[in-house]
Design a binder for this molecule. Structure first.
Ligand code: SF4
Length: 696
């Protein structure tokens, strides 16, 4: 057997966008996958992707178009040909839009692939058809608003600069589980410079477990901690006043505002001790080369934007931006200057057509007038690269919507997911090694191309090819619908000023990292006056009612614990899964074990809960059964459930963790609040008259 090693790029919803080396064993078979010697990937990738053969060659891959034969949601289908499938999709959507108007059709797409051609191409189909748009809030809109409020441009310190850092603060992220190659850069700084690692997270994650210092505030209280750290900087003469005078606005107002927000104040809000806060403040404020690696935890709570803004104020107070290895990074998306007009068909877009908030699919499919923005109910739904029945908030209502008999649902998927089970027409989709695409990275600065390396199983079709086939069915005529995926990639690369597809294939990647001065905002922040804003203009970011605090502050907006629901639930990512992806692979399932609920030892003792015991948590939206795990390192009252497990992995009922989460839109402009849920907790003892267990 001849083994070739071919280059590729990880397409998954992860900021690392790792450069890969893939063993190709035959026309339709791969072997091992390794990290490439890219300056960021540095040969390190997560084990989810090293064993990708298990996923791509999984016997349960969807391989042929299917037509529903049983009741909705039953998962009963029969095989049909592509011609019949496409005809049925076109007829179904045409009938709906003829009766209810074009906005009654909705193309719901998510980040199942991050390839620009295959992720975003469905936009031009919906633009051309005038279907309802999809407001992309679920991944990052909360955190993005918070970063923009201060910095005005979404980019930050090159992660490779961690090698020059003396302190790395991982705040609201768990890279050991979700972005493992960040840890390669952290480890290098620790080994070579003796850099300290601080982790701030409500529970003892894998990253927190190996940190020099772990602070576990109550969920949603990060802004209070950030305020206290800045208070200490001003109090102790460690604020860089020369930097603030040159690069920021409203520093004096900030100092006066923070005078009443010291460690005592923050301790009552965060649940941390004054000593813990002082220790961290001293470490951060006295370290010039302090690197804040801010994670996606900030984009999962009602107060997340305000918290992100508060944290981004830290290096603007201490002047850490001045120094190599200092500053902050959340995401680098604004480094890329894509011209995606061909891929997205931007010229075809009518801004008068409504955009529906993807995080609110529960309310949208169940007919909430506000979520529908006053327009017609959705009667035709095309789901591509997403599994909203499992991943989106308030999943009992998502499923109620998908079960509507007056909803025609088409799902393009790789596996029979919970969403796919609800399809009327189910279409088989390729995986990344089976089609061509181009990629940017949020966590670094490389443009990459991933070429088709193997043939797909059966009749699986790429997202791009499906979009083009449907366009032909609807009689659309736009040049992009006649191009191959590679041609579209090539044209987009060239229009964006990058090497064409063949040249990029040859080079593997293009590093678009900007010079130090730009990356550190020393040539100005992204606002018109070039200054960092301690006073956020939330109205400009969508907070029309002015509910977010202009100056950094704790915002008691969260789903507050009550006597009936005394616990705060964080629904965090699992190491072996990525959203609901990889929940189909046996090794990932075996390593994760079963859905567990991390409970503070004090709560276990008080409530008499033993390790491994089945417990039930719930609220007005639903209930779910998990197994208790005694979890030191988190505060009493905090519960943590890792992973979007398939519904049937939970004991007792066919429902997943997102039955508990709310689809209430976060400020200032929407977003899902997965870490912000108040719940009750009780042992799983069948009884008609149980009393929910309460905190003392
Ligand atoms: S770390 Fe992220 S980008 Fe890298 S291989 Fe794993 S999922 Fe893909």
């Amino acid at each position: 057997m001849t083994v070739q090693t071919r280059p590729s790029v990880c397409p998954h919803d992860c900021p690392s966008t790792c450069a890969l080396e893939v063993e190709v064993l035959g026309p339709a078979r791969i072997g091992a996958v390794r990290g490439a010697d890219n300056p960021y990937t540095a040969g390190v990738i997560c084990n989810k992707v090293t064993r990708y053969a298990e996923r791509i060659h999984h016997p349960d891959r969807l391989t042929h178009p299917l037509l529903r034969t049983g009741p909705k949601g039953s998962g009963q289908f029969r095989r049909i040909g592509w011609d019949e499938a496409l005809d049925r999709v076109v007829e179904g959507f045409t009938a709906v839009t003829a009766e209810h108007g074009s906005e009654a059709a909705w193309a719901y797409s998510s980040a199942g692939t991050m390839g620009l051609v295959n992720r975003d191409g469905v936009f031009r189909l919906r633009h051309a058809m005038r279907w309802s748009g999809r407001k992309g809030t679920i991944c990052s809109s909360i955190a993005a608003a918070g970063w923009m409020a201060g910095c005005g441009r979404i980019s930050g310190t090159d992660p490779r600069e961690m090698a020059a850092s003396d302190l790395i603060v991982v705040w609201g992220g768990n890279p050991v589980a979700t972005q493992v190659n960040v840890m390669a850069h952290v480890t290098r700084a620790r080994k070579e410079r003796g850099a300290k690692l601080v982790v701030i997270d409500p529970y003892r994650t894998g990253t927190a477990a190996i940190a020099d210092l772990h602070l576990a505030p109550r969920p949603g209280t990060d802004a209070a901690l950030a305020c206290a750290v800045m208070h200490c900087a001003f109090r102790d003469g460690l604020a860089d006043r020369a930097y603030m005078a040159r690069y920021t606005a409203d520093a004096e107002t900030l100092e006066a505002h923070l005078a009443s927000r010291g460690p005592d104040w923050a301790a009552t809000i965060t649940g941390l001790s004054v000593a813990q806060i002082e220790t961290f403040a001293g470490l951060y404020n006295r370290t010039a080369r302090a690197y804040l690696r801010i994670g996606f935890g900030f984009t999962r709570g009602r107060g997340g934007a305000a918290a992100m803004h508060a944290v981004t104020c830290l290096p603007a107070v201490t002047g850490a931006w001045r120094h190599e290895g200092g500053g902050a990074l959340w995401n680098n998306r604004n480094l890329y200057q894509w011209d995606k007009s061909l891929i997205e068909g931007t010229a075809l877009r009518d801004p008068a057509v409504r955009e529906l908030d993807m995080s609110r699919i529960a309310s949208i499919l169940t007919g909430d007038p506000a979520a529908l923005e006053g327009g017609p109910p959705v009667h035709a739904l095309l789901v591509q690269s997403g599994n909203p029945a499992a991943v989106c908030p308030d999943s009992n209502r998502v499923r109620a919507g998908l079960l509507r008999e007056d909803l025609f649902t088409v799902v393009h998927e790789q596996f029979l997911t919970e969403t796919a089970r609800h399809a009327d027409i189910l279409l088989p989709a390729t995986m990344f090694l089976e089609h061509d695409d181009i990629y940017q990275a949020g966590g670094h600065s490389h443009v990459q191309i991933g070429r088709k390396l193997i043939e797909p199983p059966g009749e699986a079709m790429s997202n791009h090819d499906l979009v083009c086939a449907l366009a032909r069915g609807f009689g659309l005529d736009h040049p992009s619908f006649r191009m191959s995926g590679l041609e579209l990639a090539d044209a987009t690369l060239r229009a964006s000023g990058y090497p064409g597809a063949e040249a990029l294939t040859e080079r593997r990647w293009v590093d678009i990292q900007v010079p130090f001065e730009r990356a550190h905002f020393l040539d100005g922040f992204g606002h018109a006056d070039g200054r960092f804003r301690f006073r956020a203009d939330w109205a400009a970011l969508g907070d029309a009612e002015g509910r977010l605090p202009p100056l950094p502050d704790h915002l008691p907006l969260e789903d507050a614990a009550t006597a009936e629901r005394p616990f705060r639930l964080v629904a965090a990512p699992a190491r072996q899964f990525l959203n609901s992806t990889f929940t189909e692979t046996p090794t990932a399932l075996r390593r994760e074990g079963r859905p567990t609920l991390r409970i503070a030892p004090e709560d276990c003792a008080r409530l008499g809960i033993t390790e491994g015991e089945a417990v039930r948590i719930g609220n007005a939206r639903g209930e779910v059964v998990l197994h208790a795990q005694r979890a030191p390192g988190q505060q009493p009252g905090t519960l943590v459930a890792e992973g979007v497990w398939p519904a049937d992995a939970y004991a007792g009922a066919a429902c997943g963790i997102n039955v508990l989460t709310s689809d209430e839109p976060a400020l200032p402009a929407g977003g899902a609040v997965f870490h912000d849920t108040a719940v009750w907790l009780r042992p799983e003892i069948p009884s008609d008259d149980f009393k929910p267990l309460q905190l003392a």
